[in-house]
Design a protein around this ligand. Structure first.
Ligand SMILES: Cc1cc2nc3c(=O)[nH]c(=O)nc-3n(C[C@H](O)[C@H](O)[C@H](O)COP(=O)(O)O)c2cc1C
Length: 191
C-alpha cells in the first residue's frame, strides 16, 4: 500500500496549517493511502551545525525523522509563511534529514518521492510565497512536487475554535490534493 508521511511546519496550538493538513490526510486516506501523521514537536532537534554533527553525529530525533521519510513513498506538507518563506522549524528538519550516513545514498529520504504541499495564513496571500520557496527546495533535493498546491488565505475565518476547517470548497480542494498525492505516489513507487 502507498505510504505518505504528513507533517506541518508549525507546532503552534490551534495551527491553521495543522487544520488544513488534517483535511488533506483525510483525502489521501479515502484514496487508499496509508498516512502517518506526525508533529515536528515530537522530533525536537537543535539548529543544524556541522561542528556538532562531526562531534556527536546526527541527532537522534533527526535520525528518527529521516527514517520516517525514508520509509514512506511521499509526503503531505503544510507550511506557514514566515516573512515570505517557510519557517526555520521546517527547513531545519529537512536539512537534518538530508545528511547522509554510512550505507545510505545521497538524499535517500527525498529522491524519487512525491509531495503535495499546502499553506494557510490569516493573510490575503495564503502563504503562496512560502509554497514557491518550498517547491524549489523540495525539487532541488529530488522530490517531485504536485502542480496543484493549495494556499488557504484568511485561514482564521475558515477554521473553528476546535481547529477544524469549516469551509466546504477549501475542504474539497485539500482532499483532492491529498487524493492526487496518494495517486501519484502510488504510480511513482508502484506500492
Ligand atoms: C515571524 C513571523 C513571520 C510571519 N510572516 C508572514 C508572512 O510573510 N506572510 C503571511 O501570510 N503571514 C505571516 N505570518 C503570520 C502567520 O501566517 C501566522 O502566524 C500563521 O497563523 C502561522 O501558521 P500556523 O497557524 O499554522 O501556526 C508571520 C508570523 C510570524 C510569527
Amino acid at each position: 500500500m502507498t505510504k505518505l508521511l504528513a507533517f506541518a511546519g508549525s507546532t503552534r496550538n490551534g495551527s491553521f496549517n495543522q487544520a488544513i493538513l488534517d483535511v488533506a490526510v483525510e483525502g489521501a486516506r479515502e484514496a487508499g493511502a496509508e498516512v502517518t501523521l506526525i508533529s515536528l514537536a515530537d522530533f525536537e532537534m537543535p539548529i543544524f551545525n556541522e561542528d556538532d554533527e562531526s562531534e556527536h553525529g546526527i541527532h537522534a530525533n533527526a535520525k528518527a525523522f529521516k527514517e520516517l521519510l525514508k520509509s514512506h513513498d511521499g509526503f503531505l506538507i503544510a507550511t506557514p509563511e514566515y516573512n515570505s518563506s517557510y519557517p526555520a522549524l521546517l527547513k531545519n528538519a529537512i536539512d537534518w534529514a538530508s545528511r547522509m550516513e554510512e550505507g545510505e545514498k545521497p538524499l535517500e529520504a527525498y529522491k524519487g518521492k512525491v509531495a503535495g504541499i499546502m499553506a494557510a495564513s490569516p493573510g490575503g496571500l495564503g502563504g503562496m510565497r512560502a509554497l514557491a520557496a518550498l517547491r524549489l527546495l523540495l525539487e532541488n533535493i529530488g522530490t517531485m512536487v504536485l502542480p496543484n498546491q493549495r494556499s488557504v488565505a484568511k485561514a482564521g475565518d475558515l477554521v473553528d475554535d476546535s481547529g477544524k476547517l469549516t469551509d466546504e470548497k477549501t475542504t474539497r480542494f485539500l482532499k483532492n490534493l491529498g487524493r492526487d498525492t496518494a495517486h501519484l505516489a502510488q504510480k511513482v513507487s508502484g506500492n
